[in-house]
Design a protein around this ligand. Structure first.
Ligand code: GDP
Length: 420
């Protein structure tokens, strides 16, 4: 165990091997609980499965996925010398992309899994784009299923070059990306150097994870705690729950919920079923505030200090990148915005500037429309009150995704907020 913590996302196209890699990481780091192994041992022996210990892990993950268990899957943990990792989101989540956007699963760094036999695929693009927009610091790219391409260096290089092009396209600094040829299934270059890739002399995956830069905990920023749910618990009362994105919450603090615009004094804070005097960024907490009833607050509210309350936007200006949209986007378009735990229909009131994606310079003032691949500065008017912050001040509360027709069509960062 180590005391440094990292939230890690595993991203990539469906079937490229994300679950298998999670299973492999848990297995190689000894993070599979004994009872899980016991549970599957007899069955695996009966079936005469080879390499059955790894199969236990995979069976367990698959089973959780079938049952739609999200809590367990969302909190897989393993450790290296330097860090305790929490896998903040896992394949199998029905709404993986949406979860990537909400603060609840904000990752510091990510592993992108790309199958060597398939290369860059639609969700590879989507996830890389989101990782870039939502501020993932470093990307480790596992070129997976190397066993299926006979561990050929030429196949590896081909996929590396495809991914590099993609990273350049979204302006992800390739200095912050590390490529590793792996097989999640066979275990190549995960915990040990593989004999099958003697042409490769870089880090193996666990080394690369161990060498990631330490995330800086945003404890200096004001408290921002997006509310995920509100419960009524007998003996306590109203208990909002959520993850602290920035700042610190202490018992006795005066807090404000926005945009519901109510507040009070924090009476108790609970974490992992225990009362605690204070909670910090990354902590999932339930708490109780004097005088607040269940109907006073809701999911999508943000809790902050009463003397530095969360901003509420009448309008906000943002930089967006359009990822995929079947037609053009014009002023007046009103899709659903997902920001932290809030989902609010917002109108794109004006398209102020179109940017040249390669240089970042203004390409056109007040364009009539934008379309897939375009980056633009737009002014947005939420149709219901929305708490959101400028990305330059509180990045954790300054990004959003735009969803329509079941897809993420754009993502963006808040430049400024015009409040009430
Ligand atoms: P996910 O959808 O990205 O989570 O992909 P899965 O982990 O479910 O893997 C999809 C399929 O690819 C499964 O049948 C896996 O057994 C297989 N797979 C995953 N990794 C590897 C690998 O390294 N080599 C081979 N040959 N198959 C793999």
């Amino acid at each position: 165990m180590s005391d440094q913590h990292q939230n890690l996302a595993i991203i990539g196209h469906v079937d490229h091997g994300k679950s298998t890699l999670v299973g492999r990481l848990l297995y190689e780091t000894g993070s599979v609980p004994e009872h899980v192994i016991e549970q599957h041992k007899e069955e695996a022996e009966e079936k005469g499965k080879g390499g059955f210990e790894f199969a236990y892990v995979m069976d367990n993950l698959a089973e959780e996925r079938e049952r739609g268990v999200t809590i367990d899957i969302a909190h897989q943990e393993f450790s290296t010398d330097a860090y305790d990792f929490t896998i903040v989101d896992c394949p199998g989540h029905r709404d993986f992309v949406k979860n990537m956007i909400t603060g609840a699963s904000q990752a510091d760094n990510a592993v992108l899994v790309v199958a060597a036999d398939d290369g860059v695929a639609p969700q590879t693009q989507e996830h890389v784009f989101l990782a870039r927009t939502l501020g993932i610091d470093e990307l480790i790219i596992g070129i997976n299923k190397m066993d299926l391409v006979d561990y050929k260096e030429s196949s590896y290089k081909e996929v590396v070059s495809e991914v590099t092009d993609l990273l350049n396209q979204v302006q992800f600094n390739t200095d912050d990306a590390e490529f590793i040829p792996i097989s999640a299934f066979e275990g190549d270059n995960i915990a040990e150097e593989s004999e099958n890739t003697d042409w490769y002399d870089g880090n193996i995956l666990l080394e690369a994870l161990n060498n990631l830069p330490a995330p800086e905990p945003p404890t200096d920023a004001p408290l921002r705690l997006p509310i995920q749910d509100v419960y009524t618990i007998s003996g306590i009362g109203t208990v909002p729950v959520g993850r602290i994105e920035t700042g610190v919450m202490n018992v006795g603090d005066n807090v404000s919920f926005q945009p519901s615009d109510v507040g009070g004094e924090v009476k108790t804070i609970e974490m992992h079923h225990e009362e605690v005097p204070k909670a910090e960024p990354g902590d999932n907490v339930g708490f109780n505030v004097r005088g607040i009833g269940k109907d006073d607050i809701r999911r999508g509210d943000v809790c902050g200090p009463a003397d530095d309350p969360p901003s509420v936007a009448e309008t906000f200006q943002a930089q967006v990148v359009v990822m995929q949209h079947p037609s053009v986007i014009t002023a007046g378009y009103t899709p659903v915005f997902h920001a932290h735990t809030a989902q609010v229909a917002c109108t794109i009131e004006s398209i102020d500037k179109k940017m040249d994606p390669s240089s970042g310079e203004v390409a056109e003032e007040n364009p009539d429309f934008i379309q897939s691949g375009d980056a633009a500065v737009v002014t947005i008017r939420p149709q219901k009150p929305l708490s959101i912050e400028p990305s330059s001040e509180i990045p954790e509360l300054g990004s959003f995704a735009i969803r329509d027709m079941g897809q993420t069509i754009a993502a963006g960062k808040v430049l400024s907020v015009d409040g009430k």
